[in-house]
Design a protein around this ligand. Structure first.
Ligand code: GLN
Length: 456
């Protein structure tokens, strides 16, 4: 099985993988065979998986798709990687993404864009674009992703696969190269909700090495996320936020999403009109908080502790400056500058503190909806299908605006998933997938997977 996928990876031209080490994969595969022969195998033993290059791995390079970490090899495994290794899974390699997970098209990678396997003119989405493309093109049966503001859900939507961002704090961030620590959350990407459930079973759990990991007392206990897959949806109340269907939503995406909602009605659910009034504020709020945290997290890349150092410099200050100017790409530099600015004395209250207040209000809006009106919320993942490679690559604001439907969920720390529900329309979009977003209350992962599975 591992050899089958390694052959497919070698033959593909999507630029989805950044590092493949067949000897290491095959050694894991042989160890899995032995476990199977000895009768000590678990459900995932011998199943191949590939990791977004945000998760550090022993043996494979860990670059975060940045020149800054171009040749970096971690001395330890991320907790998520460690758990999958312990389950006997076979690592196929490391997957391309936007640099430090900053972006929504994978074009911010220092190692080149990934192509969308459905249409090679199109972006795969991002930042987990390599993960989504690899699963869609059957280069891996499953992959890890990280979602800070949509980076599991949006590439899953653009590549027609299934992905879930769990409740913030359920999956350890230890060894996940940090972007915005209060938002970053790992999760699985696969063909189906059933496959995501199997992967999530191994991924979650308290980790004392992550200071924001949810504890068992807080509810972060091991559970079988697939336990409710077969449950009928009779009586399910689906909130449909009007702000997710307004101006700016492409007609073809709306048509596919509305058709999926009708399918849920046939499955026994009812649709409830709801309002999430601060949806549009999620963009300025997120693009203050995420860069602020990023500017702090990325201060560690100083040319001394990790990876790249500029080859020529006068003194220590000059070494820092040149290392960071040469090592970080333009989007990462932009965010460090924005983040440093909003944290400055004198601006901190006007920007950062204000953003934190709105963040709380956004979370409260979701709680009001879940308390009074609905069990889950559904809407589009993104305002359009995947756009053309290059179409927005020089326009950061256009990229930020396309995150409108995924950012609120992240700011609130809620679980959200994307499932494939059809394709765009017209000559250009007919082969570009549409994703439906399903958002649940805290710890509702099993319910989201149940709903997705009933549709699938
Ligand atoms: N597109 C968003 C950004 O650029 C989200 C990225 C993410 O979730 N990692 O920040």
């Amino acid at each position: 099985l591992a050899q089958h996928y390694l052959d497919r990876i070698a033959a593909s031209n999507l630029n989805a993988f950044l590092d493949v080490e067949p000897e290491l994969s095959l050694a894991q595969a042989r160890a899995a065979d032995e476990r199977i022969a000895q009768g000590t195998a678990g459900v995932l033993t011998g199943v191949p998986i590939a990791h977004k290059d945000i998760f550090v791995t022993r043996g494979w390079r860990s670059t975060a798709s940045s020149k800054m970490l171009g040749n970096y090899v971690s001395p330890f495994d991320a907790t998520v990687v460690e758990k999958f290794n312990a389950a006997g899974m076979v690592t196929l390699g490391k997957l391309n993404c936007d640099e430090f997970a900053m972006g929504g098209s994978n074009e911010n990678s220092a190692f080149g864009a990934v192509k969308n396997p459905w249409d090679q003119q199109a972006v795969p989405g991002g930042s987990s674009g390599g993960s989504a493309a690899a699963v869609a093109a059957r280069l891996a049966p499953g992959a890890t992703g990280t979602d800070t503001g949509g980076s599991i859900r949006q590439p899953a939507a653009f590549c027609g696969i299934t992905g879930i961002k769990p409740t913030y704090g359920r999956v350890s961030r230890f060894g996940m190269i940090a972007f915005a620590s209060s938002l970053d959350q790992g999760g699985p990407m696969a063909q189906t909700a059933e496959d995501c459930a199997l992967l999530l079973n191994e991924m979650t759990g308290f980790d004392e090495r992550d200071s924001t990991s949810l504890t068992p007392e807080q509810g972060n206990v091991r559970e079988d996320f697939g336990r409710d897959l077969a449950k009928p949806l009779n009586g399910l109340r689906i909130g449909v936020p009007k702000e997710y269907f307004g101006e700016g939503l492409a007609a073809d995406v709306e048509a596919a999403v509305r058709a999926a909602l009708e399918q849920f009605v046939k499955l026994g659910a009812t649709l409830v009109d709801i309002s999430l009034p601060r949806t549009s504020l999620s963009i300025p709020t997120y693009y203050i908080i995420a860069p602020a945290e990023a500017s702090s997290n990325l201060s560690r890349f100083d040319g001394v502790r990790y990876g790249f150092r500029a080859p020529e410099y006068k003194d220590l200050q000059d070494m820092y400056k040149k290392t960071r100017a040469e090592g970080f790409g333009p989007e990462v530099q932009r965010r460090i500058m924005v983040g440093t600015y909003v944290l400055c004395h004198g601006y901190y209250d006007a920007y950062y503190v204000q953003a934190q207040k709105i963040r709380r209000m956004i979370a409260d809006d979701f709680q009001a909806a879940f308390r009074d009106q609905c069990d889950v919320i559904m809407g589009p993942v993104a305002p359009s299908v995947a756009w053309d490679l290059g179409a927005k690559s020089n326009d950061p604001v256009a990229n930020y605006l396309a995150d409108i439907f995924t950012l609120s969920t992240s700011l609130a720390g809620l679980p959200g998933m994307s499932i494939p529900v059809g394709f765009g329309q017209g000559e250009k979009n007919a082969n570009r997938p549409v994703g439906l977003q399903i958002i649940g209350n805290y710890f509702a992962e099993a319910k989201l997977l149940n709903i997705a599975h009933q549709y699938q």
